[in-house]
Design a protein around this ligand. Structure first.
Ligand SMILES: Nc1ncnc2c1ncn2[C@@H]1O[C@H](COP(=O)(O)OP(=O)(O)OP(=O)(O)O)[C@@H](O)[C@H]1O
Ligand SMILES: [Mg+2]
Length: 224
């Protein structure tokens, strides 16, 4: 018997209102994200990848349609309730390492802060996560003392604390070379295997190939 997907988009549309026009960034997108699976979201620039990830992660709401994460209909929640649900249910990793990290905190402090934000995460879980991502030896380092790949590992380590049902990353490897990108995704796969659905956007076919499932967008529509 297969369990319910950790994340579900049903008929998700997003219309942005620009100064004197409307942009339909997403057009009735249906998608499911299953625990233990890494999904790559691909498509040309402007096809709606970031828009979908923002909606899936509760940072934005759909104009039409619904989003369910960990059994909670997050698209129906108001801002405050959505923020609380997001903290518990969703990890988010931005493209630029610097957006995920705080320059004056070392790696250990980042993890302590992330554990406090998520709640219910103890020291053992932090140590386990740092071992899983291979960055335990860098505990005392600040972001500017880490490579880009190590910074993104830390970003994923924070986002995955407490095993949220869903982890969303928008082009997490865009600023990494192929070797570091491949190494990062190898450890991200371990995060998925621990019991999280992982979805990331990418322009890189080599990176997309590492995912178990690929979803393709074109002009806001799902085409694959
Ligand atoms: N806040 C906004 N206001 C108006 N239009 C927007 C806004 N955000 C995105 N768009 C438009 O929505 C469409 C989808 O943008 P989105 O950023 O989701 O694409 P993307 O697939 O992530 O592109 P890229 O690969 O370049 O990151 C584009 O036409 C974009 O210009
Ligand atoms: Mg984008």
């Amino acid at each position: 018997m297969s369990e319910a997907p950790a994340g579900i988009c049903r008929g998700v549309s997003r219309v942005y209102q620009a100064a004197d026009s409307y942009v339909q960034a997403l057009d009735h997108v249906d998608a499911e994200f299953r625990t233990g699976v890494m999904t790559a979201l691909v498509g040309p620039s402007g096809s709606g990848k970031s828009s979908l990830l923002r909606i899936l992660s509760g940072l934005d709401r759909p104009s039409y349609g619904e989003v369910e994460v960990g059994g909670v209909m997050i698209s129906e929640l108001r801002k405050g309730a959505r923020r609380r649900a997001r903290k518990k249910l969703i990890g988010y990793v931005f493209q630029r390492p610097s957006e995920n990290l705080i320059s004056y905190l070392n790696l250990r402090d980042h993890m302590t802060l992330a554990a406090q934000m998520r709640g219910g995460v103890g020291t053992r879980e932090i140590i386990h996560m740092l071992d899983l991502l291979g960055i335990a030896h860098l505990r005392g380092h600040r972001p500017d003392e880490l490579s880009g790949g190590e910074q993104q590992r830390l970003a994923f380590a924070q986002a995955a604390l407490g095993a949220p049902p869903l982890l969303v990353a928008d082009e997490p490897t865009a600023e990494l070379d192929h070797g570091s990108a491949a190494a990062l995704l190898e450890v991200v796969e371990r995060i998925a295997e621990r019991g999280t659905a992982v979805v990331f956007a990418t322009h890189d076919p080599v990176v997309a190939e590492r995912a178990g499932v690929t979803i393709r967008l074109e002009s806001g529509r799902r085409v694959g």
